[in-house]
Each structure stands twice: as structure tokens, then as C-alpha cells.
Write a new protein. Structure first.
Length: 150
């Protein structure tokens, strides 16, 4: 991805491992059995994706909060209010069964991407931010879709 510094790109891609691993263990019963035996049942299938997805939405709230510090006045108040939405979404919307929680996480990550676009439009993010976020979000959504739709 052109223009994205290597460190954020690498760390962002590494951060996808639990999502990809969850999808792979959902698709392969042998891999799921191995993962359950070696890592425990919470680290396979939808369980790892749902827990980690909630953590990441909360983490991204903190990132957006940091971007909000680059402005002031009513715009800052708006940005601070918007920045807490992903964490609140994860907290309130990931209950229920794995399919419902997975769908809600997908909506949460799609909504987060819209917030990323808004913060980028307001010039609060690095110039490469939205390119990175689109790449990571597409992969997250594809991985979550495995647990939701297959």
C-alpha cells in the first residue's frame, strides 16, 4: 500500500491474526480441534473473533480520541463524542449468540470506517490513515462474515 509507513502497515496486518485465525478455525474442523486442544476453546472459531473484535473497537475509540485532541471548541466536543461510539457499540451490541454478535461487530467495524473517513475529511488523521483503515476493515469484515454467513 503506497504511502503507508511500514510500521503501521505491519502492525495493522499483524493485528488481523486473530480475525484470520478465527475464520480458518471455523472453516477447518481439524484446525479448530488442534486450536481447541492447544490453545483452548476461547481461541478458536467465532469466540476469538468476537472477543478480539470487541477489544479492537474499544482500542480504536482511543485512537479516535487521540485524533480529537488535534482540534478545539465544538468540533473537539463532537470528535470526542464520536470517538467513544465504537467502544460503546462493542459493549452493548456483542451479547447474544455468535451470529448476532458477529453481525453487530460487522456493523461496528463498518461504522468505525465511516468515523475514520470523517476524521480524515476533517484532516485530523495522517494522510495515509484511510488507506490503511480500508484495507484492514475489508479483511476484518471478510473474516467476520465467515462466522456469520457460512
Amino acid at each position: 500500500m503506497r504511502g503507508i509507513p511500514k510500521a503501521p502497515l505491519f502492525l495493522g496486518l499483524v493485528g488481523l491474526i486473530p480475525f484470520v485465525w478465527g475464520a480458518l478455525t471455523y472453516l477447518s474442523s481439524d484446525l479448530q480441534d488442534w486450536g481447541r486442544q492447544e490453545l483452548g476453546s476461547r481461541f478458536v472459531g467465532p469466540y476469538v473473533q468476537l472477543f478480539y473484535g470487541s477489544v479492537i473497537l474499544s482500542f480504536m475509540s482511543g485512537v479516535l480520541w487521540g485524533f480529537a485532541t488535534k482540534t478545539s471548541g465544538s468540533k473537539a466536543a463532537t470528535c470526542y463524542a464520536l470517538s467513544v461510539l465504537p467502544a460503546l457499540w462493542a459493549f452493548f451490541m456483542t451479547g447474544g449468540g455468535p451470529v448476532e454478535a458477529g453481525i453487530n461487530l460487522m456493523y461496528g467495524f463498518a461504522g468505525l470506517l465511516m468515523l475514520d473517513a470523517m476524521f480524515t475529511y476533517w484532516r485530523l488523521t495522517p494522510t495515509w490513515w484511510l488507506r490503511l483503515r480500508v484495507l484492514l476493515t475489508v479483511i476484518v469484515l471478510l473474516c467476520l462474515a465467515v462466522g456469520v454467513y457460512l
